[in-house]
Write a protein of this length. Structure first.
Length: 318
């Protein structure tokens, strides 16, 4: 089984995106043209895998689970999450406008990338698009109630299941949902410090969430492909306000660990932001980084769709 450094790099991109509140690893998976492979591969984990192993052995199991694709992808995600956790927490403290500007351009461009992959566009798909926008806005408002589930272990397991499911949805950020639960800082510090008492229930929740949710998504992609992609575009569009660089926090609440949970923002023009806060709006570097994010995603999307690249990736999965 050959190790795919290309797939590892895509996993690293997903991990980096998932470390940033407001950005989803699923968005990176769509941009790099591995989203449907990822969903269908995860869905293979279950009783069917045991049957294949007992009947045909380890080599057949590896092929059935598409491990030549999944292992380098997961390795990239894990390496990036652990290494980027330090960088992201620093950037969120010191360069939040520039960080948000870059990812705003990146996520906006991903709408056009997904739109190009639609089999067809029909008016009847508009409800799916609108549903995605509404759900992306509505989900964060539900997250603070997770902290009231009971024991810390149960809370962490539920948080893991929700965050990993969000990771599979482009436009819905697992990190942002953790932030609205009041658990983002706790989880990031747990990852950096290797806190097993926190990471074990969180990891088990992630495992349960990814196994269940991948089956739902796989079923939707097989039976309602175009409508599901419209839904995903809606999720991406609905996530854009969370990344707008110039905004004012209007209301918040404190989570169990005294972390601030944002509830409502007012979105501003750069000049109004500078007047209101007395700080530089960093307009030109922010706009430049937006443009960099947009161009980067469009270039990656075009490369991922090129026949030569697709052929190469198919060979690596064989």
């Amino acid at each position: 089984m050959k190790f795919s450094y290309s797939t590892f790099a895509k996993g690293a991109g997903m991990g980096a995106a998932d470390a940033v509140p407001g950005v989803s690893g699923g968005t990176i998976a769509i941009v790099t043209a591995i989203y449907e492979d990822l969903i269908h591969t995860i869905k293979q984990f279950g009783p069917g895998a045991i049957i294949v192993w007992r009947r045909d052995g380890w080599r057949a199991l590896a092929a059935y689970l598409n491990l030549s694709f999944l292992l380098p992808l997961v390795a990239g995600i894990l390496v990036s999450l652990v290494s980027v956790a330090h960088l992201v927490t620093w950037l969120l403290d010191t360069q939040v406008i520039l960080l948000n500007a870059f990812f705003f351009g990146l996520v906006l461009a991903s709408v056009f990338v997904v739109r190009n992959r639609l089999d067809s566009w029909q008016w009847r798909h508009i409800p799916a698009l609108l549903a995605g926008v509404v759900l992306a806005q509505w989900l964060p408002a539900l997250m603070p109630s997770v902290a009231m589930l009971g024991t810390p272990s149960l809370v962490m397991a539920a948080a893991g299941a929700i965050a990993i499911s969000a990771m599979l949805l482009p436009g819905v950020s697992g990190s942002f949902l953790l932030l609205t639960m009041g658990l983002y800082g706790t989880v990031m510090e747990g990852i950096k410090g290797g806190d097993l008492a926190l990471l074990v229930p969180f990891g088990l929740g992630c495992l349960l969430g990814v196994l269940c949710f991948s089956r739902i998504l796989s079923w939707l992609l097989v039976r309602y492909h175009s409508a599901t992609l419209q839904l995903l575009i809606g999720f991406i569009l609905g996530s854009l306000p969370a990344l707008w660089p110039w905004r004012e926090l209007l209301s918040y609440q404190l989570g169990p660990d005294k972390q601030m949970i944002p509830l409502e923002y007012r979105y501003l023009l750069p000049h109004d932001y500078a007047v209101l806060t007395g700080e530089s709006a960093q307009v030109y570097p922010a706009l430049a980084l937006m443009l960099v994010g947009l161009i980067l995603v469009l270039a990656i999307g075009r490369y991922a769709e090129s026949p030569g690249h697709s052929h190469k990736e198919d060979d690596s999965h064989a």
